[in-house]
Design a protein around this ligand. Structure first.
Ligand code: SF4
Length: 220
């Protein structure tokens, strides 16, 4: 599998070039941003995040605000009522555990301890935890979102029936740490531009000769 992963990564790099540098937000900001990203576009996620920061500028204010006020602030990201409750709960739970709700949050924590803390929070799954570790802190954790999940299955990097959590475990175990960021970003870009969900454009795919599912329309 490692050889297959290496071949896919080489091809993705050749097709799309180096990925953009990670955004490196403070970990708590990345955590909230990732919750806001659920079921929406990057553009609407960013709008909701900017609105939230301008209306409730500190995370303590968000933790103390009534959920409807948070929901109004993040309305442009969609699912405001659900996400507002989730974000508030996460922030309160962290504060209850003694985590300062600012840039000092998680400072000096080892990866394994931070992983355990994050996935132990209500409303934080493995993908979100891995996003915080990878994008904010540069630690080699492999988030599996809907694009990475779909493309990884089609390319045979994980077994066809793997759910996203299992796919993340498998990729986490197999991808060399130095390649985690580039492969994650490459698979997302490929999933957005070519290996799209319903009708993958196999005729224009730079990985077609590596893909066991070439020509399979709309299937995983
Ligand atoms: S050949 Fe088709 S199914 Fe395979 S990775 Fe390319 S676009 Fe996706």
């Amino acid at each position: 599998m490692r050889r297959r992963i290496a071949a896919v990564l080489r091809r993705l790099r050749r097709a799309y070039g180096p990925p953009p540098a990670p955004r490196r937000l403070p970990p708590l900001d990345e955590l909230v941003l990732t919750v806001l990203s659920q079921n929406t576009s990057d553009t609407n996620r960013d709008r909701a995040y900017a609105d939230l920061r301008s209306r409730l500028p500190t995370w303590d204010e968000v933790a103390d605000a009534p959920p409807p006020a948070i929901a109004r602030a993040i309305r442009r990201g969609g699912l405001g009522p659900t996400k507002s409750v989730r974000i508030r709960r996460i922030l309160r739970e962290l504060r209850d555990r003694g985590v300062p709700l600012d840039e000092r949050a998680f400072a000096g924590m080892r990866s394994a301890a931070l992983w355990d803390l994050l996935v132990g929070l209500g409303g934080v799954g493995p993908k979100t935890a891995a996003c915080v570790l990878l994008f904010s802190l540069g630690r080699p954790f492999f988030p599996v979102d809907t694009h990475v999940h779909r493309v990884s299955i089609r390319l045979g990097l994980v077994p066809p029936r793997s759910d996203p959590v299992r796919a993340q475990e498998l990729l986490q175990a197999e991808v060399p740490p130095a390649d985690v960021y580039d492969l994650h970003m490459g698979l997302i870009r490929h999933g957005r531009e070519v290996c799209v969900a319903r009708r993958p454009i196999c005729s224009r795919c730079p990985l077609a000769d590596l893909c066991p599912r070439v020509g399979v329309v709309g299937a995983r």
